[in-house]
Design a protein around this ligand. Structure first.
Ligand code: GAL
Length: 680
């Protein structure tokens, strides 16, 4: 019998402890000793262990062991869950009109690692896109054996006949089955491993057993808290003259902190004990303000550029929190207020987070005059807005251009202006506008079909006396990045919904590669809200992403200049979650005022390298390991488009790492990242 997955994971942790000597000491600060990591994972996986025991009793038929007999809860995928003998949407497995009785239906990006421990001699399957996509979708199937690529299908499109997979696995310890996207994005990438089975070796001792990616200590350190004051967050903010202006200066250091500002335009004032700047701008213009913060141990100053004009919001990507990924329909007014208060008490606001956004399920019926009301969970929306503003934070809300929201609540169709007026009267600063039921009433063709409902709401928002950041949510349809800014969007979702699995994360990361050039100050690609911390759409649990996957998530969102909307329970942040959300060096990449998004310069199934230029002339570089084993990932200056002697700093280790001449490379943990800054 093969070892239990937990034993496997422990073994791998011991192995990487050697690689990790430089930083393991400091992870104690996170409450994440190797021991607690193990315990945490074991707890999360109590269910998997019970399942493993069940799956180990599965008897093989002769020397054939069906893929569907391994514990598929270890399979991660970009959408839905793996189905046994069915497609991902629950239909008979069908590739190019041929129906298969057995196999596994999944969705790109899909990964499954299976420990064979020499119980198996080969793997067989027939692979293809399931017919249920009606001609859409493109995928690539791959089989990796002990870290070596043994089979690749090449790009397979819907309708292509199934391709046979026959891989010799003699002597192989572990095999990884991958399905990657075959084109940009993962929409409709329904992938079938049909008639998939292993051939067991004679007298095999044990059976193939699924495993998760090795859980290793996160490659990071938490620096000791700096007692000296420091100012963080957006270096530039904008607002419409004469509309309410609100900005809470994000600052850390041993307090009490006292705030001052030199060069504020007439009409704005700063509260010296809270750092909240309020009032309104007198006219269009640009002001170079010097923020000054005095603390118990010293003082600091930093420049803040304030821009006055129409449509000057989101000059850097918005940072804040949204209720959906943790609460979904269980959100209510009290939870919103508690989250806003926690944004202050946890310290997140001191690092630049400022929006507190309700997602779906707040809506009540329309009144006789046609204005939207709130349901019983939100007894007083205006009060909630006031409470959030009182803290110096901003208030966000959600609706849909269709008759109903995704969750079936009344939405804005043919009430757009009335809704904009209600939002303004409640003090709303941010609107997420989610396509959903608009599908049933959409008109027009081409770009107009997609853009019209957003344009109508843009006009409605423009006719109220309040700045409301406009966030499109329509999952990237019609290449929204090409026209979103013209239709008045400050950001737009680029993909379907994120979930806390590697399959989802890597699928979304890959989808950003071809669209980075559409980003810029005032208009951003939105790869969706964060899934670190306790998430769960109404049933909170610690994120299923491993610690290193979470580092990759935050690093890459910052490389993408993505909106950073925390999606977890704000009132219950673990030291680790707080640490990864408040690394100022990393957040500064996201908030870089130049807003030039990262380009991918190395891409293969095991590694990716991304680079982005920053306003100060330096470059941020991400070395990602997308494989199952620790891997040395190297980027050459040629690949990065750089030259000469460059100094380097490791942003998660908070450490300068020398001067480099032609290349830089590090051992990166599985599904982890090394995030660097390079400068001359
Ligand atoms: C989805 C959207 C999610 C969430 C949900 C609410 O369409 O992508 O982020 O807003 O609707 O019903």
């Amino acid at each position: 019998m093969t070892g239990k997955p937990t034993a496997y994971r422990f073994k791998n942790m011991r192995k990487t402890a050697i690689v990790a000597t430089a930083w393991t000491g400091a992870i104690a600060a996170l409450g994440l000793s190797a021991h607690s990591l193990r315990a945490d994972h074991a707890l999360r996986c109590e269910r998997c262990m019970a399942e493993d025991a069940y799956f180990l009793q599965q008897a093989p038929v002769g020397d054939r062991f069906d893929l569907s007999k391994v514990n598929l809860s270890y399979m991660t995928q970009g959408y839905g869950s793996p189905h046994v003998n069915e497609s991902v949407d629950g239909h008979p497995l069908t590739i190019a009109k041929t129906v298969y009785a057995t196999g596994v239906g999944t969705h790109a990006v899909s990964t499954l690692m299976i420990n064979l421990n020499k119980t198996v001699s080969s793997f067989h399957a027939l692979v293809g896109v399931d017919d249920e996509t009606n001609g859409k979708g493109a995928v690539v199937f791959q089989v990796w054996a002990d870290g070596h690529l043994k089979y690749t299908s090449g790009v397979m499109r819907a309708g292509d006949p199934a391709k046979p997979v026959d891989v010799d696995l003699t002597g192989v310890k572990s095999v990884a089955l991958l399905v990657n996207a075959g084109a940009a994005g993962i929409d409709f990438d329904h992938a079938d491993w049909a008639d998939a089975y292993f051939t067991l070796t004679p007298n095999h001792d044990g059976l193939p057993q699924a495993a998760s990616v090795p859980v290793e200590p996160p490659r990071m350190v938490v620096p000791p808290i700096n007692p000296l004051p420091e100012i963080h967050g957006a270096p530039i903010v904008g607002a419409t003259p004469h509309y309410p202006f609100l900005f809470r200066v994000p600052a850390t250091g041993i307090g009490p902190l006292h705030y001052h500002a030199k060069g504020l335009p007439a009409g704005l004032k700063i509260n010296s004990s809270t750092g909240i700047i309020s009032g309104s701008l007198p006219h269009n213009g640009r002001w170079d303000v010097t923020l000054l913060v005095n603390g118990k141990r010293g003082h600091t100053q930093r420049r803040l550029v304030i821009v006055g004009g129409r449509h000057k919001l989101a000059l850097t990507p918005p940072m804040g929190w949204n209720s959906w990924n943790v609460w979904a329909g269980a959100v209510d007014q009290q939870k919103m207020l508690a989250s806003a208060q926690a944004m202050i008490s946890s310290g997140l606001a001191a690092h630049g987070y400022q929006y507190v956004n309700i997602d779906d399920t707040w809506e009540g019926p329309r009144n006789k005059a046609g204005f939207i009301t709130t349901n019983h969970k939100f007894p007083n929306m205006k009060q909630l807005g006031d409470d959030i503003h009182q803290l110096g934070l901003k208030f966000g809300i959600y609706s849909s251009p269709g008759p109903t929201t995704c969750a079936g609540y009344p939405a804005s169709y043919r009430h757009e202006l009335q809704d904009a007026e209600s939002y303004a009267s409640w003090g709303v600063d941010y609107l997420k506008y989610d396509w959903c039921s608009y599908q049933g009433v959409a008109v027009g063709t081409g770009t107009e079909y997609y853009a019209l409902p957003y344009w109508i709401m843009r006009k409605s928002l423009d006719s109220v006396n309040r700045d409301i950041l406009f966030s499109f949510c329509q999952y990237g349809m019609g290449d929204v990045w090409k026209w979103g800014a013209r239709a008045g969007g400050n950001c737009w979702r680029t993909t379907g919904d994120i979930n806390d699995s590697w399959g989802s994360l890597i699928g979304i990361i890959n989808a950003q590669a071809p669209i980075g050039q559409y980003n810029g100050p005032g208009h951003w690609n939105d790869p969706d809200m964060l899934v670190v911390g306790d998430v769960g759409w109404g049933h909170p649990h610690p994120s299923h992403l491993t610690p290193n996957e979470q580092l990759t998530h935050i690093s890459m969102w910052c490389m993408f200049s993505a909106p950073l909307l925390v999606g977890c329970d704000m009132t219950n942040l673990s030291p680790f979650t707080k640490a990864i959300l408040t690394n100022d060096e990393v957040l500064a990449i996201d908030q870089d005022p130049m807003g030039k998004t990262a380009k991918r310069v190395v891409y293969n199934p095991q590694e990716q390298v991304w680079v982005r230029p920053l306003a100060d002339g330096s470059h941020a570089v991400a070395l990602m390991n997308t494989g199952f084993q620790p891997l040395k990932v190297t980027a050459t200056w040629k690949q990065l488009g750089l030259s000469g002697h460059l100094k380097a700093r490791d942003l998660w280790l908070h450490k300068n790492v020398g001067t480099h001449m032609r290349a830089i490379g590090y051992v990166v943990p599985p599904h982890g990242v090394v995030l660097l800054k390079l400068w001359r």
